[in-house]
Ligand binder design. Structure first.
Ligand SMILES: Nc1nc2c(ncn2[C@@H]2O[C@H](COP(=O)(O)O[C@H]3[C@@H](O)[C@H](n4cnc5c(=O)[nH]c(N)nc54)O[C@@H]3COP(=O)(O)O)[C@@H](O)[C@H]2O)c(=O)[nH]1
Length: 724
């Protein structure tokens, strides 16, 4: 037989390799020759020992073995081949005819038996059969091994999936669940098999879950995805979020022999699904959501959420014919704490204030941080104004006690404006704006109180806004002017000082007086910048006059409460004087009694520093504030300015004159200088002069005028006085 028609092995496509073993050389050769001629690759081994040697070195598809051989016999060779070459098939070719020997050989693994002397055809047929049979066995083993590998691979994929993979039966009981359930929720898969899926779900999500698997529109092409909360093992409340995708199993593609441990259960599987842990995403979403509607420092609702709740409350109140109150709260003296102790302490203070305010409220009320040190409060469904009054008073009282910030003890108060729906407005914006207006009225009247909005408080907000914008522009465009009003010696008529008074040269509205824009400048805190500008201009102009020969000329400037409250007030004022090289002894600052009484300790410290530097201090509008005269001893005051209302009353009644008498007498007793304001008539001047009032100021001599006019007046009076 040629190689062309060699019997090739199916898997490998090569001729089978056969080991022929016999101790009889003649038989060995004849058997080998026969097989070679049939196309097989033949190796000959003379005896058992030689056979073992060859088997040790290489493998064969088949061994043809003589059983009875001296030394190592056929059984021994079979045993050896089974241990070193388990894939090598064995056919026994032996003269042995005893049944026991044959059956023994077959039991030990021989695949067939041929008796000597053999029929060549029969032998070749047996060899072909055995090789074919062996090939089938190998194929089967190969399939089994691939199946095992494939199942291991799928099990690995399912178990190492980042998601929980599960199968449910018709009633929602778990037939299969992968190991991920242990990693994510702490359950062992085995304890869940046979349990209803609801065992893991939050109670509130069970109905949705059940509905989802009953929905007939769901299929593998159109799976249902829903978010549910799941409980970790042993917990009673759900604490993780999952996105579950599930769909019914198609019976045509579902093979039961899946390798699922509980085969009976797997056969019942009707739904397949995955559950992805989305807890982190949900938490991030919740945080972003919280951040969008809350103030992170105080954790209170922010402006947006407050407005939303107010809108709802208005709708509800309108429908039920009820009232509601909106409060606008602004902390008093917060800026001072923030500027002196720093922002970290300011933050702590806001948190502590929040806690105290919250302690005064009911569950349905909404307190929000509106921005900075401003809060808003919604009291839905109040019966009458009195309800709001009580809460407002409670809030004010709650802040009475000092706040401990580290080693510091600080006092802050609160000013509250209240608007009541529907009287003070029937829209959200109107109610907030009117509460804000009412709050500013509290601030104007001395802080630490509450007020309800009334119509006459209303200011045209559009006008206000445009004025605010114009005022900012005025600072940019340098539209502020400083006018001066002379302060005159009552005896000689000599100008001994000038009071700087701001004016605004408005491009459309003409010359504006302080009363028309200073309150707004205070509200918008533009007053700081405005005052600095006025002081700078005045120091520059009056400084020139002083250096030009009017060496004793005094410059009086008004200071706003906000300026004085500023923690760096003293430092900034001195810096400005130094910048213009203005002599400190020529400057007199005017402050009102209310400023002093706001915080006597702080102010007296600041005034002492200024007085030490040489700056003079005057109390403006003296007699009009509610002050204790006590402070006059404690503060370094140089001048009292008698308020113009008392001067005006000199001609009207004796009472008015009485007050002027008393103030002048007191000033003399305390060795203070005295300036009478608002002197308009000769009679007033005469009276004051007689009383011993040193200096006067008023239209009688001159109204406030621009610098050029005042400078001229200054020169002329000097000449007149010199001539006299
Ligand atoms: N913080 C700052 N406050 C300032 C500044 N400039 C002014 N002001 C404050 O505005 C108040 C009003 O000022 P004004 O309208 O300029 O009125 C002054 C005089 O015009 C007016 N006056 C003076 N003499 C008479 C008079 O005989 N009759 C009469 N009817 N009015 C008169 O009095 C005002 C000056 O008063 P006073 O300050 O109390 O001396 C003003 O009171 C300041 O508070 C500023 O730059 N910064």
């Amino acid at each position: 037989m040629t190689t062309d028609c060699k019997p090739l092995l199916p898997q490998t496509g090569r001729p089978a390799e056969i080991l022929v073993v016999d101790d009889d050389q003649r038989l060995l050769t004849s058997l080998a020759t026969l097989l070679k001629q049939a196309g097989y690759e033949i190796t000959e081994a003379l005896g058992g020992h030689a056979a073992c040697q060859v088997l040790k070195e290489r493998t064969f598809d088949l061994a043809m073995l003589d059983l009875r051989m001296p030394g190592i016999d056929g059984f021994d060779v079979m045993a050896y081949a089974a241990s070193v070459r388990p894939d090598c098939g064995v056919i026994v070719v032996s003269g042995e005819s005893a049944f026991t020997a044959v059956s023994r050989a077959l039991r030990r693994g021989a695949l067939d038996y041929i008796k000597k002397p053999f029929d060549p055809e029969e032998l070749l047929e047996t060899v072909r059969n055995v090789l074919g049979q062996q090939s089938l066995l190998r194929d089967h083993a190969d399939v089994q091994s691939r199946l095992k590998k494939s199942e291991a691979l799928h099990r690995y994929i399912v178990n190492s999936s980042p998601d929980i993979v599960f199968m449910l039966d018709q009633d929602g009981r778990i037939c299969f669940i992968n190991n991920k359930v242990n990693a994510l929720l702490g359950y062992m898969p085995s304890e869940l098999i046979g349990q209803h899926f609801s065992i893991m779900l939050d109670e509130q999500d069970v109905a949705r879950g059940t509905y989802a698997i009953q929905d007939t529109s769901v299929s593998s092409e159109n799976p249902r995805t829903l978010e549910v909360r799941m409980k970790t093992r042993g917990s009673r409340k759900a604490n993780r979020h999952f996105e579950v995708t599930a769909f019914p199993i198609d019976p045509d593609t579902w093979h039961h022999n899946t390798g699922i441990d509980d085969r009976a259960a797997s056969q019942k599987a009707r739904f397949y699904g995955t559950a992805r842990d989305v807890t982190e995403r949900k938490e991030a979403e919740a945080f972003i959501n919280f951040q969008a509607y809350h103030d992170l420092l105080t954790r209170l609702p922010n402006r947006a959420l407050f407005k939303d709740r107010l809108n709802l409350a208005i709708t509800h109140a309108r429908r039920n014919d009820q009232k509601l109150a909106v409060m606008f709260l602004d902390l008093d003296r917060f800026k001072v704490v923030n500027d002196t102790l720093g922002h970290a302490m300011g933050d702590r203070l806001l948190q502590a204030v929040t806690r105290r305010l919250e302690g005064c409220l009911r569950k349905g009320d909404t307190l929000s941080r509106f921005g900075g040190d401003e809060f808003t409060l919604l009291l839905p469904a109040i019966h009458c104004e009195d309800d709001a009054k009580q809460i407002a008073q409670k809030l004010i009282d709650a802040l009475n006690a000092p706040f401990k910030l580290g080693e510091h003890e600080v006092f802050v108060g609160i000013s509250i404006g209240i608007s009541v729906f529907p009287e003070a407005g029937d829209s959200m914006d109107q109610l907030i704006q009117n509460a804000d207006i009412a709050m500013y009225h509290v601030k104007d009247k001395g802080k630490g109180d509450y007020r309800f909005f009334t119509e006459n408080m209303s200011i045209d907000s559009a006008n206000r806004l445009s004025l605010e914008r114009d005022l900012r522009l005025a600072l940019e465009r340098d539209e502020l002017r400083v006018y001066y009003q002379p302060q005159v010696c009552a005896q000689s008529g000599r100008i001994i000082g000038v009071e700087a008074l701001v004016r605004w040269q408005h491009p459309e509205r003409g010359l504006l007086y302080p009363g028309e824009f200073l309150p707004l400048a205070e509200e918008t805190r533009l007053i700081d910048e405005l005052s600095e500008r006025v002081l700078a201009k005045a120091c520059e102009q009056v400084g020139q006059w002083i250096r030009g020969g009017h060496t004793d000329l005094r410059l009086a400037v008004n200071l706003s409460p906000l300026q004085v409250e500023h923690p760096r007030f003293v430092e900034r004022l001195i810096q400005q004087l130094e910048a213009f090289d203005f002599p400190a002894g020529n400057l007199e600052i005017e402050i009102t009694e209310n400023v002093i009484m706001n915080d006597l300790d702080q102010i007296s410290q600041k005034l002492r520093e200024l007085a030490d530097y040489g700056i003079r201090i005057a109390i403006d509008d003296f007699g009009t504030g509610y002050s204790s005269l006590n402070y006059l001893h404690r503060l370094p005051i140089h001048t009292l300015k008698v308020d113009q209302s008392f001067v005006r009353d000199i001609r009207n009644s004796d009472d008015g004159a009485c007050i002027v008498n008393a103030i002048v007498a007191m000033a003399h007793g305390l060795k203070l200088e005295i300036v009478a304001e608002g002197v308009e008539t000769d009679a007033q001047l005469h009276y004051l002069r007689k009383l011993g009032c040193h200096q006067v100021q008023g239209f009688f001599y001159s109204p406030p005028r621009p610098s050029e006019a005042i400078y001229l007046a200054l020169q002329q009076t000097e000449l007149k006085v010199a001539a006299v």
